[in-house]
Design a protein around this ligand. Sequence first.
Ligand code: CA
Ligand code: CA
Length: 188
Amino acid sequence: MRTRGFTLLELLIAGTIFLVALAVVYAVTAESTDTARVGTNAGTLEGQASRALHRIAGELVAAGLDTLEPPDPQGVSSLTFRASAGADGATIQWGPRQSVFLRGGHVVWIRDIDDPVQEVVLCGSVRPLAEGETANGVDDNGNELADEEGLSFELSGRTLTIRLTVERKDRSVGLLTRTVTTSVRLRN
Ligand SMILES: [Ca+2]
Ligand SMILES: [Ca+2]
């Protein structure tokens, strides 16, 4: 018995099915690679923000409540303070005036504002405004602060809340944004 070969039409159909299957596999792989990359970038961004926030909080943890400038920060992006440098009997000795502020997308810390040579950049890629805020004079993100910047300080009693929003461009999702928050209890 003579074996029949494939017709041209059959070969074309088989080839098309193969190409479609290949395209589907490629699309799925590309999508999962993209998802993995976005996840990695988001993780890196969050890590960067968390490290900077802990650094800021670390400087503020010894700060005196009565040394703050402004004395009642409510959403400001710049804070001057003095930290405890030990005690002389019952009297706390306060160190030099320090400052943490936002400048050109960077969080800058100056350990002694009378000697600003010692300024340190704690974090870059800070969003001009906090996540969810647009410059319109109203509170868009529901935290009772209007148009607060990417770094903000808010005092409630002796508790100082620090919020930091960073962002990074990503080719598939546009902008990746992460916000980290922490609180420190200031000294009397
Ligand atoms: Ca707000
Ligand atoms: Ca707003």
